[in-house]
Design a protein around this ligand. Structure first.
Ligand SMILES: O=P(O)(O)O[C@@H]1C[C@H](O)[C@@H](CO)O1
Ligand SMILES: Nc1nc2[nH]cnc2c(=O)[nH]1
Length: 279
């Protein structure tokens, strides 16, 4: 028998879920999708025609309007191949300095709307030598180098297989069918940010076993596992990590990589999300 979740959705998450149900007419959403920097455009191609209901975050309890470029600030209820999905385009990051609750609010809302699958996407730097810009990588495990946890008190959440092996298999098959390429898997290292890494820090991360580096995702995963959600994470390699090319890094480059691949990202998620929800 599976143990009950250690966490319950916050009151704000339950209120946001009620607002989503009223606005969309959908009492539940089987999967919730969080879109990272540069992923926002995929919502257009993700939904079954005529099924998308976009709700501004400003009207939903617990959501802070995003302050980072490339995050749209809408929560969209839609059907994806007939499966009710909630797509959150606009994440809050630890580096925005508003605490952990807004950062993990989408995970709590996911639980409150009845999702048992949380799909997390992000823009990441490629640390492992064989990764290329534009590549989609399934997150196998993570290194939490933020120094923070969204949990407090004796919430001893287990993180073995935090990124569901079964969902990773399903996602790999879906991405291979949708894009023609079987995705790599990798370890995602979450740094506090907002600064990018130094070349020496990237060498350190490589030594620690990181394949990808970013500034998000990990807090959401920790909260999601505490809430009893199954998690699958997908990184878009938007740049090679600091020091690999010697070129400076900037957020515009990160967003451009997302925009350039938005058609492929939509196709990938249209295959991945319903398959994960049905598993
Ligand atoms: O929200 P994600 O993690 O996709 O955004 C990444 C991390 C920083 O917020 C930003 C840096 O360019 O991209
Ligand atoms: N920390 C970090 N986050 C990113 N998001 C996109 N690229 C990067 C990167 O190189 N480093």
């Amino acid at each position: 028998m599976s143990t009950p979740p250690l966490l319950s959705p916050t009151a704000d998450a339950r209120a946001a879920a009620d607002a989503v149900a009223r606005a969309s007419g959908r009492p539940a959403h089987r999967a919730t999708l969080v879109l990272g920097s540069g992923w926002s455009d995929v919502v257009v191609g993700l939904a079954d025609p005529g099924t998308a209901v976009a709700i501004p975050m400003a009207g939903l309890p617990g959501f802070a309007p995003p302050s980072v470029a490339g995050h749209r600030g809408t929560v969209t209820s839609c059907l994806v191949d007939g499966v009710p999905v909630l797509a959150v385009a606009g994440r809050t990051h630890l580096y925005e300095g508003v605490g952990t609750e807004p950062v993990v609010h989408p995970a709590h809302v996911a639980a409150a709307v009845g999702s048992d699958v949380l799909v997390l996407t992000n823009a990441a730097g490629g640390v492992r030598d064989d990764l290329t810009v534009g590549e989609l990588v399934l997150i196998r495990d993570h290194l939490n180098l933020t120094g923070r946890s969204p949990l407090s008190g004796p919430a001893f959440v287990d993180l073995v297989d935090a990124y569901s092996p079964r969902l990773r298999h399903i996602a790999a098959e879906a991405l291979r069918a949708a894009t023609g390429a079987r995705p790599a898997e990798g370890v995602y290292a979450a740094m506090p940010g907002p600064q990018y890494e130094t070349p020496a820090e990237i060498r350190m991360l490589r030594t620690l076993g990181a394949d990808l580096v970013g500034m998000s995702t990990v807090p959401e995963t920790v909260a999601a596992r505490g809430l009893g959600l199954r998690v699958v994470g997908v990184s878009l390699v938007t740049n090679l990590a600091a020091g690999v090319t010697g070129q400076p890094l900037d957020h515009a480059e990160v967003l451009a990589a997302g925009t350039a691949g938005s058609g492929r990202l939509s196709r990938a998620l249209r295959a991945l999300v319903p398959a994960a929800a049905r598993s």
